[in-house]
Design a protein around this ligand. Sequence first.
Ligand code: F6P
Length: 529
Amino acid sequence: MADIAEVTQDLPPTAAASRAEEPNTVPRMAKSPSRSGRERRQVCPASQQRLVVVSNRVPVPKDGSNKAGGLTVALEGALKQSGGLWFGWSGETVENPPGEAKMVQSGNITFAVLDLTKQDYDEYYAGFANRALWPVCHYRLDLVQIERHELDGYFRVNHAFAASLALLLRPNDVIWVHDYHFIPLASELRKLGCKNRIGFFLHIPWPPPDVASALPAYGRLLSSFGAYDLVGFHTPQDAENFQQCLTRENIGSSVGPGEHQIDSHRMRIGAFPVGIDIDTFGKMAAAAEDNALVRRTLTSLGNRDLIIGVDRLDYSKGLKQRIEAFSCFIKSNPDFRNRVTYIQITPKSRSDVPEYQQMQREIAEQAGWTNGSLGEVDWTPVRYVNRTVGHSALAGLYRMSRIGLVTPLRDGMNLVAKEFVAAQRPEDPGVLILSRFAGAAHELDCAILVNPYDTEACGAAIARALQMPIEERRERWATMMERLRSNTVQAWCQGFLASLRSVSVESTGLFIEHDTRTNWSVPPETPSP
Ligand code: F6P
């Protein structure tokens, strides 16, 4: 993120300051309250409502290069429509972070990012977000670490981010908060008087009450969701789990599917499965047939079929079970020895978190052991690579694979599954083997769906996929493509925002004392004695 500082420092101070969006720092009394003594917020057309996206990672443009993936491109598209602000963490830890965000302007999008102290990083990101929320939301109660100071750090960072964001907000901004790092952000913003529409989208699963309630400060976290106008999940199952959690904790009451009343506030809850840009990805895959890495890989395979897995190194991805399943497949189908190669591309992830360090050791050991016991002098069954591969080369590798192995133990959506399908050759498509516990299985039910814990069944699924007749492969692929086409990433973005923008003003409880010039509510005047 040095680039952000560099770009900002290159500007004369006045220009840098003018990039900030007229901060609304000073609460002002409303001069002429309406007859009821309360002023109602004006609703302005969507085209005039600026979009504010909040996420832990922010794709601040660097050196004019565009490495953005589909989700980022879609969000940037939405931000460009009415001008926008993308706010979050800079990715940097420093000793004394400045209170204000560093700003980078790119067209009509402002990127605003905050540094964290090492303690903030340890407690908020590496701690509570990734050692409590992440395992619980992925049903791994055995891995949950409960540390009071990490919980405090999580709420502290959310408070600090809210305070900094508040300075940049305008009255008609629509705010879209992303993911588990920022669950309490809306409630922190509300405490500061923010009355804007605020939506939240969770990119990871939400478990049922018996699992979710293992979260430290469960009640406090759940209640803080009540500050959002719309809460979105990838699947109807996650949305239902969430509403059950609220009901079980007596937080408001359900007023029908997807509507929850909390005091005077009505919150909408819904499933918004994220999609991909299939046309762009399909074209990228076709073009990548000429990619140098793809060609070299193809040559190195000889006549062997390729089985591919691509995942961040994360215990939720089921890598241990997947390697076991591959091993089981080879042992039960000796005819396939030396006729297939399984490439597992797994960039390291969250290496500061002890559970991830341990996993790195275990998977590397398992891959080595599998090759040692199954391999031949002229055959390495598993090629395990801890490296990031560019999006375009990945698209080409998916296209030349006979099988895409996407077998997480639990996943919010899993876009690799969707990208694998979009990358295939229509006349000779590969087969997707997909975990029934990935959100993508709701839409891609024409994949071979597997239980990733059942390694024998997964091994059998590999054998079946390799022997699947071409007609069946084409049929399954065409149905999956239809599903993907009907729900692109752009449609996801528009659908969520349309739902958020349509939340009625009454249901957001906006009949408040409100300053029209800034955005901040003012306490009602105390009547004179
Ligand atoms: O799946 C949740 C998520 O936050 C994704 O949005 C993101 O791509 C991934 O995890 C990476 O996590 P991190 O930012 O911790 O590297």
